[in-house]
Design a protein around this ligand. Structure first.
Ligand SMILES: Cc1cc2nc3c(=O)[nH]c(=O)nc-3n(C[C@H](O)[C@H](O)[C@H](O)COP(=O)(O)O)c2cc1C
Length: 274
């Protein structure tokens, strides 16, 4: 099957697809002035779809991605800089949650959006687990505490540096600093051998967290949960994550208990190097 097809009636020969293909797979036919596959490199297509998406005429279709199935971007779709800056600076990690459950479909929508995060060679390695059931979130939290207890009092430098004894005492006193009472959790993991996975999963989680804000939800990275998932098999077993996978992050999610009204200060930009 041909890697791509070009609708000759729509193609204007402007060469955007040729210029934007990250692998140089498309060249312009000198006679016909339409894009054709470059010889011998078609196998390197990463299926990023830039060729389809950059064509203003809808003339270009990948065999896996017909132009008609790729939604058109309306004019003015970009967020104005002032709004985006306020949004990105105004979002906060949320640590108080209402008890009301979030519809599972909404959590799935966040993950759906996260699929569009950049990933090395467009590998899209992230795999997701949505823990919708609050009881399961509590089970995981209990296992995180069990993991911490196993480290407190041992020689583990992790226990001291992460103040685990305080977290365990707080838990025993009825305070949850692990999942903060969030009704839901979402975990991103990937196959161990995929070297593109660490940054790709991190960026995808960041997408999901930002999307949560836009949908009126609150979210917060659950760092202790993620560590326990990678280091404490009983926590992992609750989610049925195989040994072939590494977890790259967990996000608490729910309706926020509080709104924020100001942007807190952050460190000054540190520019280093020459
Ligand atoms: C990888 C990572 C792990 C985190 N783990 C936790 C966590 O376990 N518990 C928590 O309350 N916040 C956690 N956070 C949230 C940070 O504490 C928070 O981003 C930081 O204090 C700045 O606040 P802001 O996100 O509202 O700007 C984590 C953030 C990241 C990026």
């Amino acid at each position: 099957m041909a890697l791509f097809t070009v609708d000759k009636n729509k193609c204007k020969g402007d060469g955007a697809c040729v210029a934007e293909c990250p692998l140089g797979i498309i060249k312009m036919d000198a006679q016909e002035h339409i894009p054709v596959p470059a010889i011998g490199v078609q196998d390197s297509c990463i299926n990023c779809g830039h060729c389809v998406a950059v064509c203003p005429h809808g003339a270009f279709s990948l065999s896996t991605m017909p132009a008609g199935e790729c939604p058109e971007l309306p004019a003015g779709w970009k967020i104005p800089p002032e709004r985006l800056e306020r949004f990105l600076k105004g979002r906060r990690s949320i640590r108080s949650y209402k008890k009301d459950p979030v519809p599972r479909e909404l959590l799935e929508r966040l993950v759906d959006i996260a699929r569009y995060a950049p990933s090395g060679i467009n590998r899209q390695p992230a795999e997701w687990i949505i823990i919708h059931e609050h009881e399961k979130v509590k089970d995981i939290t209990r296992e995180v505490i069990a993991w911490m207890k196993s480290l407190v009092g041992s020689d583990s430098p992790l226990a001291g540096s992460l103040h685990m004894s305080n977290l365990v005492s707080a838990w025993e006193g009825g305070k949850d600093y692990i999942c903060r009472g969030a009704p839901h959790l979402t975990v991103a993991c990937a196959l161990k051998e995929d070297m593109t996975a660490p940054p790709a999963c991190t960026v995808a989680l960041a997408y999901a967290e930002l999307a949560a804000v836009s949908f009126g939800l609150g979210a917060c990275w659950a760092g202790y949960v993620n560590m326990a998932l990678n280091m404490w098999p009983p926590a992992r077993r609750i989610l049925g994550i195989s040994q072939r996978r590494v977890c790259f992050g967990a996000l608490m999610a729910g309706y926020p208990g509080f709104e924020y009204y100001r942007i807190p200060a952050r460190n000054k930009i540190r520019l280093v190097g020459k």
